[in-house]
Write a protein that binds this ligand. Structure first.
Ligand SMILES: Cc1cc2nc3c(=O)[nH]c(=O)nc-3n(C[C@H](O)[C@H](O)[C@H](O)COP(=O)(O)OP(=O)(O)OC[C@H]3O[C@@H](n4cnc5c(N)ncnc54)[C@H](O)[C@@H]3O)c2cc1C
Length: 343
């Protein structure tokens, strides 16, 4: 067995898009499936003090992580099967998601265009069922290949068993810290059918005079719309949308609508309504405000941003202040989409 490289007192600053200068006691990158097996048989994770870190675009670290950060970095994209126009494409957990989407379009494997330019890695895409512009990862994930951390057993979990929901899956819930994802298999299509269900996207295409986009045009438009609304992690630290859009039943929605006629909400097929958390936060006066070295993004109140070397505690303080304020004002408790990782 090849010795795994273990880095001690490792800086995570370049490994989280918020840019928090946290450190981990130990850091191990896994570059192949064999290294997953080596790690799980080594006993290094037996103390239970570990965190699996992909691209770090959905996490907020405290200043010190007293344990082992495991970073799946195994690459590789391949077509593993085809049935008619269906293409089954396998990708390593360490593939950068945005590059993976691009390379699928180049290969003529379609279905991921609306999910273009989301930060992070392939291995995290099932964890919170990434979604954007009318599409979710669950629509294209076929299978998740992972290892049980407790006993090293390999599992191939069908999408139907992953408990996918809005920004949610069993990997974020009951299976948290149970599995480490090695590869994800996607069910894509060699025939391109654009998904233009999201209003802002169809409007952006219309503004470009495109009525029948190619897959590349669709992905480029998604990326441009995202750019206009979200901070680029290279320039401004953030974890993207910090809060989930809360879902309420029709009765509660009607009450809110009577009180706030301009409330922004989207009807769901279930009869419930998804409320725009950003609208509520903005309405409470938070847009553009700062608290210490962390603030609320000027262009989108759903996003918290690192103003100048903020700490994880500062992010938590601001998030808690916003949650309390929105609850007092609207009677709705916001849930964080971003994950706090405590020492
Ligand atoms: C500017 C910006 C825009 C964003 N836009 C969107 C968006 O449109 N839609 C959306 O859904 N999200 C969005 N996000 C959030 C984020 O990009 C996604 O949640 C992404 O999937 C996180 O990937 P990651 O590799 O960075 O995961 P991390 O942040 O490293 O980890 C996220 C979670 O996944 C777990 N995890 C990661 N890899 C593995 C693995 N191999 N095995 C097991 N568990 C694992 C971690 O333990 C953690 O619980 C945005 C973030 C930013 C910064």
């Amino acid at each position: 067995m090849k010795e795994l490289e273990v880095y001690k007192d490792f800086s995570l600053k370049g490994y989280n898009t918020f840019g928090i200068d946290a450190r981990a006691d130990r850091f191990i990158a896994l570059r192949s499936t064999d290294e997953y097996v080596d790690l799980l048989s080594s006993g290094v994770l037996d103390d239970g003090r570990f965190f699996i870190l992909g691209g770090g675009s959905n996490v907020v670290f405290s200043d010190k992580y007293q344990g082992t950060v495991v970073h799946p970095a195994n690459k590789g994209v391949s077509l593993i099967g085809q049935e008619g126009s269906r293409c089954f494409v396998e990708a390593g957990a360490g593939e950068v998601w945005a590059d993976f989407v691009d390379s699928c379009i180049s290969q003529g494997w379609y279905g991921l265009e609306n999910l273009a330019a989301i930060p992070g890695c392939v291995g995290a895409s099932p964890v919170q069922n990434v979604g954007a512009y009318g599409k979710e990862a669950k629509d294209v994930i076929w299978r998740v290949d992972c290892f049980d951390i407790a006993n090293g057993a390999e599992h191939w979990i069908d999408a139907a068993d992953c408990g996918f929901d809005y920004r949610w899956s069993n990997f974020k819930g009951e299976w948290k810290n149970r599995f480490i994802i090695d590869r994800v298999v996607f069910r894509l299509d060699s025939a391109f059918t654009p998904n233009l269900s999201y209003k802002a996207l169809s409007e952006a295409l219309a503004a470009r005079n495109i009525s029948q986009p190619t897959a590349r045009q669709l992905a480029d438009t998604v990326a441009a719309v995202r750019d206009s609304k979200l901070p680029n992690p290279q320039d401004i630290g953030s974890a993207g949308s910090f809060f989930k859009n809360p879902i309420v039943g029709k009765t509660q929605f009607d009450e809110l609508k009577a009180k706030y006629p301009d409330i922004v909400a989207f009807p769901l097929p279930t009869g419930d309504f998804k409320l725009a958390a950003g609208w509520m936060i903005e309405r409470c006066g938070w847009k553009g405000r700062s608290m210490g070295r962390v603030g609320v993004y000027e262009k989108q109140a759903l996003v918290l941003v690192n103003r100048n070397g903020c700490s994880g505690q500062e992010v938590r303080r601001l998030a808690n202040a916003i949650i309390a304020n929105v609850e007092t004002h609207f009677g709705i408790r916001l849930d964080c989409e971003a994950i706090f990782v405590d020492g």
